[in-house]
Design a protein around this ligand. Structure first.
Ligand code: ADP
Length: 693
């Protein structure tokens, strides 16, 4: 293997501070005539050939504009198309959820159901080990369900049962939706440390049930979100706990005081029960419970978090175990917040089983971080988890997959049964429900639209903050920007790329087809052509994809301006955020995206595709309708090479030709508040809205 030389050709160009105004558009934004290319349901093969083919295809279906000059507009206004959740709601409902924006249109049908009979009282169903009681749901007659044409779109909630099974309390007009006392707006002087508790607002007991938590069990953004949101809620004076599996691959060096806390948990499974031990530990101050099952299935001792044929069973078991733990340990949280398909059965268990065993006080908020993976599986899952009435649960109004009548869809169950469903940006809520990006869940989202909204993720400024980041050699602020260039030099040294005047374009993320891999490949070559350097940090569970990028790494190994790192490396990612100039996020679809938010905090300019949360958080330097000081990056819409070049080209030109403009953009990006302060308040409003009053 040829070792790269580190050619020290010149010192870093640090744009000199001069008074400057970010350039305004010279022409109105060009409305793209092409529809956004929608993601395919299945993962695209990692082979380059197929990726190239995809782009060719997209070029056929998408009229490709001629290559654009840096000043030629290519983006269209984004946010104007995002409707406001409250637009079609009753006034009382409007007043109750003032801050949640969602895609919202008239619903086609109203599901009307009759009450299920709660038959058994708590305690009636005494469970013995290895012989758990028949779940109550099994002995109850299924509710009669009929789908009625919706009589009046302006009065969407007449029945109060539109959102699913009767036993699920839904925040519709059928529920007492009085104009509520919302928590006072919180003024925060230091967003980095979150918001102080609000006097007069009673604290909540919140439990997150999650497959991931940063930094101990992290695959992607979900882990960061749970950590950041839990932290923010705690800072606001609530009591927060997190339940997750006890993986053998947990980063135990980030867990303090790990100890056994509940040794005799028996979790119903296939008519018997599996013995579990529950551990407690602090993860950077977060109170965490780790569930360890003892069974031949060896659910969580496999060296990594996902990627196994029985993933659906593993996480269905975890969901049941978490609920059983809450019950047996006498916990009675006001809010259970669960995440993605892995924990989507939690509200089903709560409202079909545990509610009748005493947990009638808890309410569920379900956050969908990615619609692509829904936990679609066979009917066996019902039997395994004790949801023993297939004709009831496998009904279209509950867990039956919308496309395959023989399959069970866990995420759909989560949507139907939860009291509130969020996805991670308003734009993506609209895309998922109305733009075909719900991967088959669109009709379900329409039926349950009243309890569906988008909240943009925050980032934790105690973790992602160049002022205090211990993973980077030089700490800096918006007022001491030169520190950023010390990190740039450190990054080059670490990766053995040339120290010259060029800008560093970076990509950090999962190498998933969702992330726009073909455009990523093209961006590497394009950046090198345009006198830039490229750094890539990423990995994929798909060996073919990894091999493709390893091949590319090998091919470019002699080039002193590029480094490709295949693997997951949290520490290195911090240095990249701090040392790079431009962060590329060319996703096909992106529910929220954290990389662009983190990059901005580190003064690294995002170049992103105008989809999902990227469109909600990045405002184009040349074409945004935002005031100049709020513009913070570059956007492109068309998923093809010229689309990408239109934005990346402008960013590179600005770096070289208008360094002061580029520096101003850095300041704008760093000043933007993407902390948990605002999303934290949004979630508090949701919690307050759904909780038992
Ligand atoms: P997603 O949730 O789709 O993976 P996000 O942008 O929401 O994407 O979140 C990605 C998070 O994972 C960020 O914190 C990013 O820094 C981190 N990340 C992704 N891949 C890697 C990697 N290979 N090494 C280190 N961190 C990574």
């Amino acid at each position: 293997m040829v070792k790269k030389t580190s050619s020290k050709q010149g010192s870093e160009t640090v744009p000199k501070p001069e008074p400057v105004v970010v350039a305004s558009p010279t022409a109105p934004p060009k409305q793209s005539s092409a529809p956004a290319i929608l993601p395919t349901t299945e993962a695209v093969s990692g082979a380059l050939a197929s990726l190239v083919e995809e782009v060719k295809q997209s070029a056929k279906t998408t009229p490709t504009p001629a290559a654009k000059t840096p000043l030629e507009p290519t983006v269209k206004p984004a946010l104007s198309v995002v409707p406001v959740a409250t637009a079609s709601l009753e006034p009382a409902v409007k007043s109750a959820i003032p801050v949640i924006r969602a895609a919202d249109t008239a619903t086609d049908a109203v599901v009307k159901s009759q009450p299920a009979q709660p038959g058994s009282a708590p305690g009636k169903s005494a469970r013995t080990r290895r012989n758990p009681v028949t779940p109550l749901a099994e002995v109850l007659p299924p509710p009669a369900v009929e789908v009625l044409p919706r009589p009046d779109a302006a009065a969407p909630c007449q029945s109060g049962v539109e959102s699913g099974p009767e036993s699920v309390p839904v925040p519709t007009a059928g529920v007492d939706v009085q104009p509520m006392t919302m928590p006072e707006p919180v003024s925060v002087s230091e967003p980095e440390t979150g918001s102080p508790p609000v006097p007069g607002v009673s604290p909540l007991y919140i439990v997150h049930i999650t497959p991931e938590l940063a930094p101990v069990a992290k695959v992607g953004g979900l882990a960061d979100v749970v950590y950041g949101l839990a932290n923010e809620m705690e800072i606001r004076g609530n009591s927060v706990e997190v339940i997750l599996p006890k993986y053998d691959c947990l980063r135990y060096d980030h867990i303090w005081g790990l100890c056994e806390t509940y040794s005799d948990l028996w979790v119903p499974w296939y008519g018997g029960a599996i013995h579990c031990t529950v551990f407690f530990g602090f993860v950077h101050g977060r109170k965490c419970f780790f569930i360890e099952p003892h069974s031949g299935d060896n659910f969580f001792n496999r060296g990594c978090i996902y990627g196994f044929h029985d993933d659906v069973m593993r996480f269905a078991f975890f969901s049941r175990a978490a609920m059983e733990f809450l019950l047996k340990s006498g916990k009675n949280p006001a809010i259970i917040h669960c995440h993605d398909w892995q924990t989507a059965l939690v509200p089903v268990f709560l409202f079909e089983i545990y509610k009748y065993l005493g947990m009638s006080h808890s309410r569920v908020c379900f956050t969908i971080h990615n619609f692509k993976h829904q936990g679609v599986t066979g009917g066996q899952i019902l039997q395994a988890t004790g949801l023993n009435r297939p004709e009831y649960y496998a009904h279209y109004d509950r867990l039956r997959d919308n496309h395959n009548p023989h399959a069970i869809n866990l995420m759909k169950g989560g949507v139907v049964y939860s009291n509130f469903v969020t996805t991670v940006s308003p734009r993506h809520a609209f895309e998922a429900k109305d733009q075909g990006q719900g991967f088959g869940l669109e009709p379900t989202l329409h039926i349950h639209h009243v309890k569906f909204g988008g909240v943009v993720n925050g980032i934790d400024y105690n973790v992602w903050n160049p002022e205090i980041d211990h993973y980077i050699p030089a700490r800096y602020t918006v007022d001491t920007l030169d520190g950023k260039y010390a990190n740039k030099r450190a990054l080059r040294e670490r990766l053995m790329i040339a120290d010259n005047e060029k800008p560093i374009v970076a990509f950090v993320g999962r190498l998933d087809p969702q992330k726009g891999l073909e455009l990523l490949r093209h961006a590497i070559h394009y950046t090198l052509q345009r006198r830039g350097q490229f750094v890539l940090l990423g990995s994929s569970p798909d060996g073919q994809i990894n091999n493709f990028f390893l091949g590319l790494k090998h091919q470019l190994n002699d080039n002193p301006d590029v480094h490709i790192e295949i693997g997951f490396n949290e520490e290195l990612s911090h240095l990249i955020y701090a040392g790079a100039d431009i962060m590329l996020v060319p996703s096909r679809f992106e529910p929220c995206g954290l990389t662009q938010l983190i990059a901005m905090k580190y003064g690294t300019i995002p170049v992103v595709r105008e989809v999902g949360g990227l469109a909600d958080t990045v405002f184009d330097k040349d074409f945004s309708h935002k005031p100049l000081h709020e513009r913070n990056g570059y956007l492109f819409l068309d998923y093809d090479h010229s689309g990408l070049e239109s934005a990346l080209g402008r960013a590179l030109s600005c770096y070289y030709d208008y360094p002061e403009h580029f520096r101003e953009l850095i300041r704008n990006a760093m000043r933007h508040d993407f902390s948990w302060k605002n999303p934290g308040q949004d979630y508090l409003n949701i919690y307050d809205y759904v909780r038992e009053k």
